[in-house]
Write a protein that binds this ligand. Structure first.
Ligand code: SAM
Length: 458
């Protein structure tokens, strides 16, 4: 059960507080159990500050307050701020509100409606997949009739007309004059539709999801067989769409946020990757965008991307060469739990890959042994809820269904697998890190709708 400590005080010198807490963070790095710290200022009194310190439990808070640096900080604070108060708050689990009783018929009707909605979404997403595979969004982006679109995409007009009508009905393509004769109607993409469906570099691009879903759909018989005989389906067996879809799914974040926002949110990691001659590992690197983005941002850093899927590594090498970074970004087809040279790595990253690995504890152990003194491990993985509960949020449902169709079969594709799956909860991370010999797991303050971040200290 989490525990919050609220420290409230008044001061004319907030800069001194910032310096004190920065020094405290540096001195206690690797030993503090503080999960998150936020400081707020009173709107009505700019001299009054409230610090909210979050711990996993009251025991963790006690460990933290018993650090000599914490006592020194408290004493120093008491010397120059006024109105200093501490409030300790235990988390309370409130009883769930009573659910209104529904009769079976109403409940069944609502379920049928939900399944109807899922059916519409599923088959519409399949038409998005078709459009992406055939280049139809690119073909309609500049506007034209069904004959124009068919000609640009190299398909017959009758199919193009059907697809354009269906996409317009679904709100994914626009039309000038719906009342015009079918063959004369002019279709186009609005700017929003173009960003979401035809511009893979846009932050709004959602084609990756259709590729991932279409790729999973195309191997469903193989997944069914694995479920029947208790085996798995290796990542590579899911084919090109899943590999490319996965690459595109995180590319925007890797190119735009990894080095710019996420690494700076972990100052000890930022210092390590900025060191001339620094070395990073990117375990389960996929098609390489994370390795490439790190190398681009930190000119003294050499990155080794490792993935057990050969096709991903071939794409990653091509992407690094095209980015002009092949001298500092290298890729290797290997399992993350294979032995590595010891005491040489500054930072190892597991970016949405740990839950797919058959042997996550072994991978974390091998990587810990490869870290140089002061080295760190960064894990980004699914932001599943802290605990299992019925009727999950859309994000929880995405991970749950993704796990059924893809992540768990991938995880189970090697003998002796941990069988993690995509419902990767913080408790699982802590258990794996503990079993792999890490002293400390903290959750850096990084906002993300679907991913959670962990910083592991050996
Ligand atoms: C969900 S994808 C993430 C890829 C990439 N990090 C990204 O975010 O786009 C998981 C990756 O882990 C790789 N993988 C799975 N098990 C692995 C293992 N034991 N060792 C190395 N890579 C592995 C898969 O091949 C796949 O490329």
């Amino acid at each position: 059960m989490s525990f919050i400590q609220i420290v409230s005080f008044t001061t004319d010198d907030p800069t001194r507080i910032t310096k004190l807490s920065q020094r405290w963070r540096e001195e206690t790095a690797g030993r503090t159990t503080l999960l998150r710290e936020r400081v707020y200022v009173d709107r009505d009194d700019p001299r009054r500050f409230v610090a909210v310190n979050e711990f996993a439990s009251s025991d963790d808070a006690r460990v933290n307050s018993e650090l000599p640096e914490t006592s020194a900080l408290a004493a120093e604070l008491a010397g120059f701020v006024s109105d200093l108060t501490y409030t300790d708050l235990d988390e309370v689990v409130l009883a769930a509100p009573e659910q209104p009783v529904q009769d079976t018929e109403t409940e069944a009707g609502a379920l049928v409606e939900a399944i109807f909605g899922h059916t519409v979404s599923t088959i519409e997403l399949a038409t998005v997949w078709l459009g992406l595979k055939l280049g139809l969004y690119d073909a309609v982006a500049t506007g034209g009739t069904s004959t124009d679109v068919a000609g640009r995409a190299g398909i017959i007009e009758r199919y193009a007309r059907e697809w354009l009508e269906q996409q317009t009905i679904a709100g994914l393509v626009s039309v000038d004059d719906p009342g015009a004769a079918a063959e004369e109607r002019r279709y186009y993409l609005s700017e929003a539709q173009r960003l979401v469906l035809a511009d893979a570099d846009s932050p709004f691009y959602a084609g990756a999801m259709a590729l991932l879903a279409g790729g999973c759909g195309s191997v469903l018989p193989r997944v069914l067989e694995a479920w029947r005989n208790g085996t798995g389906v290796a990542f590579g067996e899911y084919g090109d769409d899943v590999r490319l879809g996965q690459g595109l799914f995180n590319k925007g974040d890797f190119v735009g946020s990894l080095a710019q926002d996420w690494v700076p949110a972990m100052p000890e990691v930022a210092a390590l990757v900025a060191r001339p001659g620094a070395r990073a590992l990117d375990l389960g690197c996929g098609v390489g965008w994370s390795s490439i983005s790190l190398a681009r941002a930190f000119p003294g850093l050499a990155v080794l991307g490792v993935d057990s899927d050969e096709a991903s590594i071939l794409d990653a090498r091509r992407n690094a060469a095209e980015a002009g970074l092949a001298d500092r970004v290298t890729f290797e087809v290997a399992r993350a739990d294979e032995a590595r040279p010891t005491a040489s790595i500054d930072v190892a990253f597991f970016l949405e890959s740990l839950h797919d690995m058959a042997h996550p504890v072994e991978a974390l152990t091998v990587v810990r042994q490869a870290l140089r003194d002061g080295g760190r491990v960064v894990v980004m993985d699914e932001r599943a809820e802290e605990e299992f509960a019925p009727n999950g949020s859309p994000v929880e449902r995405l991970f749950a269904a993704g796990s059924v169709l893809h992540c768990l079969p991938v995880g189970l594709s090697e003998p002796g697998s941990a069988g993690t799956g995509a419902l990767f909860r913080p408790a699982t991370m802590r258990a794996y890190a503990g079993a792999a010999g890490y002293a400390d797991v903290v959750l850096p303050d990084i906002e993300h709708d679907v991913m959670r971040f962990y910083l592991l200290r050996p």
